[in-house]
Design a protein around this ligand. Sequence first.
Ligand code: SDX
Length: 433
Amino acid sequence: MSDTAKTARLVAPEGRTVDLPVLEGTLGPAVIDVRRLYAETGTFTYDPGYTSTASCRSAITFIDGERGVLLYRGYRIEELATKSDFLEVAYLLLHGELPTREQYDRFVHDITYHTMLHEQIQFLYRGFRRDSHPMAVMIAVVGALSAFYYEDLDVDDPHHRMVATHRMIAKMPTIAAWAYKYSVGQPFMYPRNDLDYAANFIHMMFATPCEPYRVDPVLARALDRIFILHADHEQNASTSTVRLVGSTGASPYAAVAAGIASLWGPAHGGANEAVVRMLEEIGTVDRIPEFLARAKDRNDPFRLMGFGHRVYKNYDPRAAVLKESADEVLDLLGIRHNPKLEIAKELERIALQDEYFQERKLFPNVDFYSGIILEAMGIPRRMFTAIFALARTVGWMAQWNEMIVDPEQKIGRPRQLYVGPGERAYVPMEERR
Ligand code: SDX
């Protein structure tokens, strides 16, 4: 990181000139450091949705939106998705370097031996209706972890942070799988230490106590790759939520519960479930023009789910990997004809030739193809975003750790442009008209 001597000169409303430092990173846009702006000019910046605002320094993930490039600690997502595995990527995101064999084996052991939940936690599920959405259940159960691991948690203690990080990453598959088992009225399956991370999740999802269940290695590998692709993504809405909650010193479990809540929205991680519903509603290729017209109609709230992105103004590299994986997984599963995939590919082809989408640089994002693969793998639709949350927990914990030790970080507290009434006196009820 090199903070240059460059400055940006600002002429404030009352004519004062302010020179603000310009900070340069390793890659990507430089930033204008506005921390002194209010003190020196009495004005705030205004940036709803933080479209032009950097909230922190981070060394974890970098996105080049114009070129459609995604790097985890400098490594391209395409390379990690094909050559690495999820726990190796988790180690990389948490520690900044790819692990040695010894570091990897130790990390896998630590995660494996934290996958069980406290026996009391299973009773939390019983407070929900069986048809509750898994994301609502996960928000509650993850938040409840802060009741089980609270007394001995000092976020300023590196060892405490490492244990909390391992617990969170290790227990998410168990929490997510149990949310599914509860919804279908089947008994919970305990984690198995002889299975790898993705295989263990599949086993907890689909095995029963009644007979042995063999995890298909093709599905496990495909799911592991999906986990890698969803692991982290700079300061997206849910990661920013985790950082903001964590900035108050709150429990990391409470921060991740808030992150899950944020991810659930259809504009964010909930889009993967919405894409599959949209493709089902379109039904046939010949109805695509009708839906594209709705997506372009300002008076119609309908949006093409799985399309567009705040940062990518080119093809989301994760979508490219998932599009390729879709063909591969369906072929390996012996699925020759998948109507949703055919509609998705035709929808993409037509949309990318359409001026509306070209002008706004709207391309498929990570959610456009992921649901098709998950559904083909037999994962129920309501678990799609839960799987996104399971994978993104690694990124949330990496970002939370980075925030806690960042000397520049303090409690997040944005300001506002006040447009409400000026000061006025209370009027007794009998005098109001
Ligand atoms: C994720 O931030 C991240 O990194 C998120 C994520 C991660 O890994 O954490 O990548 C995961 O959340 C992916 C996004 C999943 N969401 C969807 O697929 C939902 C559909 N997409 C949109 O809602 C939208 O594209 C967003 C929310 C993703 C981005 O919204 P922005 O950046 O606020 O852009 P915008 O709403 O200002 O849109 C710009 C223009 C508008 O048109 P005009 O006002 O200029 O005429 O593009 C239009 C929008 O109406 N537009 C779309 C559209 N997305 C944007 N029009 C139709 N269909 C769409 N999908």
